[in-house]
Write a protein that binds this ligand. Structure first.
Ligand code: ITT
Length: 211
């Protein structure tokens, strides 16, 4: 038996990664597919924003909701863009614009001072109000110029520690072995499995579609 959960994210990159990573006993339907609009992210932390999104989706569907609030923390910029990662170059900015602004702000900063990390906080919320949080991080550095076509967001400029390629030069499978989201999800799934049974691990995985 599969348990249906709602993915409280409209980001197609995140949806694709979650579909690939979730055990087959969970059937993930995104808010995009359900026509649900998420409330504005008014929190000042990843935790608050993840809970805002998950609570709204759980209330709207009556299912367990999983939300991800994530971002890039660059040490030379005092941890920015952080919770503002999606809108670093302004409300509605494209990934390309955000990346270009970040590189501009890091111009002249030498490689050893271009350290950064991706952080993801996953919120799980049940319709009857049970809540849990799970976090994952991945350390790395910011490249001088964008490289690669895979992934989304800041992937073309993030080189994970002990690797040479950016996340955008890796397959989704490779990124999913290292990423902040994969690490947070591993912890979140362990929690989910204490809430609902998940005994049919040998069911086929869901298609890694993006919506
Ligand atoms: P939802 O709120 O609908 O989930 P969003 O893109 O607005 O979508 P966030 O508010 O959590 O999500 O913003 C996260 C931003 O951080 C995201 O838009 C990317 O720019 C960046 N980011 C997070 N995880 C990333 C990853 O794995 N690769 C590249 N960039 C990432």
């Amino acid at each position: 038996m599969k348990t249906r959960i709602v993915l409280a994210t409209a980001n197609p990159g995140k949806i694709g990664e979650f579909r690939e990573l979730l055990p087959p006993c969970f059937e993930a339907v995104s808010v995009v597919e359900l026509g649900i609009t998420l409330p504005p992210e008014t929190g000042s932390s990843f935790e608050e924003n993840a809970l805002i999104k998950a609570r709204a989706a759980a209330q709207a569907t009556g299912w367990i909701a999983l939300a991800d609030d994530s971002g890039l923390e660059v040490d030379a910029l005092g941890g920015r863009p952080g919770v503002h990662s999606a809108r670093y170059a302004g409300e509605g900015a494209s990934d390309r614009e955000n990346v270009a602004l970040l590189l501009e702000h890091l111009r002249g900063i030498p490689p050893e001072r271009r350290t950064a990390r991706f952080r993801a906080v996953i919120a799980l919320v049940t319709p009857d109000g049970r809540e849990a949080l799970a976090e994952g991080t991945v350390e790395g550095t910011i490249a001088e110029t964008p490289r690669g076509e895979q992934g989304f967001g800041y992937d073309p400029i993030f080189v994970p520690l002990s690797h040479e390629r950016t996340f955008a030069e890796m397959t989704m499978e490779e990124k999913n072995r290292l990423s902040h989201r994969a690490r947070a999800l591993e912890r979140a799934v362990a929690i989910l499995k204490t809430w609902v049974p998940c005994s049919d691990e040998d069911l086929p995985r869901q298609e890694g579609s993006s919506a």
